[in-house]
Unconditional design. Structure first.
Length: 338
């Protein structure tokens, strides 16, 4: 049995456990030594789903509203972007807490309270970048956003500089040294080359390239792994049924070949959408190439869910998720495996 089949079987088992809460359904199937799916919510929840043994762990954190998450195995710590305190918070010694039930992780590093409406977190080495969609001038006709660049030190997260974007910004993703950002309320993705090294002072910045994606209505989440980019489309914000996922293989080549201000055609993408998908407002996602699966934080359908779709680069259309787990106000996901 290959890795993808093992993963699919493990996910079916985990999905059954989600409905029946029966640990015996695990049957000893493993995807890898560690397979942890982290999820956050606008209710201040941080959860970890262990794919291997179907154990769910809750972490009691200081924040009552979270959007943005990162786990560092080197530090044995996770960092969240708190919308209630408007700061980055890092919690340490996660493995020592064990699994299952509710844990009380130790608050380690924090940043100063700077942003107003944070939406995502992208990490590149010691640099932590937070997107903020605050309308700075109060004029909807002139959208803007901000990117806060923090440096992680031994004592906390130090704000290096703040950049103002010429559009309302949402999701973020590093591909090497380049930063990609979702242009909210459009079907576009912006790219900033050599982001950390190029933009070192407080100023208004212009994207090096902006490309649209045919068939996409309103971009929010994005994640890249080993050549494939996955984008989420929330459609109309009030609709719980019109969300979608766009999968673009050989992404860097296709983005490079597209003209600035142009688009990538629907025939160059796979698209998952329709009533069976249970996608309404997929606000955040993560893609794992090794198991070819997309995990989604779905914010609106049924009040909030965590969904997963297997065989991500070979399927398209109105398909049902392979995993469905209720999480009210779901806001972000992060997958860690080794």
């Amino acid at each position: 049995m290959n890795r993808s089949h093992l993963f699919l079987l493990s996910f079916i088992i985990f999905s059954l456990w989600s409905c029946n809460n029966n640990d015996d359904l695990n049957a000893g199937v493993e995807t890898s030594a560690t397979a942890h799916l982290y999820a956050t919510s606008h209710n201040g929840q941080v959860r970890r789903y262990d794919i291997n043994d179907a154990v769910v762990t809750n972490y009691a954190v200081n924040s009552s509203d979270i959007e943005g998450f990162y786990f560092s195995p080197e530090d044995d710590a996770f960092s969240i972007v708190s919308r209630s305190s408007n700061q980055i918070e890092s919690y340490t010694n996660i493995s020592e807490l064990g699994a299952g039930g509710t844990k009380d992780p130790e608050l380690g590093l924090i940043g100063t309270s700077e942003f107003e409406s944070p939406r995502d977190l992208a990490v590149n080495g010691q640099f932590f970048v937070v997107s903020d969609d605050t309308d700075l001038d109060g004029d909807e006709a002139t959208p803007e956003g901000r990117l806060f660049i923090y440096v992680k030190t031994e004592t906390g997260f130090v704000l290096r500089n703040v950049l103002i974007t010429k559009f309302k910004v949402w999701g973020l993703e590093f591909v090497g040294s380049d930063l990609y950002a979702a242009v909210d309320e459009t079907n576009k993705i912006a790219m900033y080359r050599n982001f950390i090294e190029t933009h070192t002072s407080n100023r208004i910045i212009t994207a090096d390239k902006i490309v649209g994606f045919q068939g996409l209505i309103r971009s929010h989440g994005l994640d890249f792994d080993k050549g494939t980019m996955v984008l989420s489309d929330i459609g109309e914000a009030e609709s719980a049924t019109d969300g979608a996922l766009h999968i673009i293989q050989d992404f860097e080549s296709k983005f490079s070949n597209a003209t600035n201000g142009g688009f990538i055609g629907i025939d160059e993408q796979l698209r998952i959408s329709g009533a069976n998908t249970q996608l309404g407002n997929p606000v955040n996602l993560v893609y794992d190439k090794a198991y070819n699966v997309i995990f989604v934080a779905e914010a609106l359908n049924n009040g909030g869910r965590i969904l997963a779709f297997n065989d991500a680069t070979s399927i398209s259309g109105n398909i049902a998720p392979d995993l469905k787990y209720d999480l009210a106000g779901a806001s972000s996901v992060f997958y860690f495996t080794r």
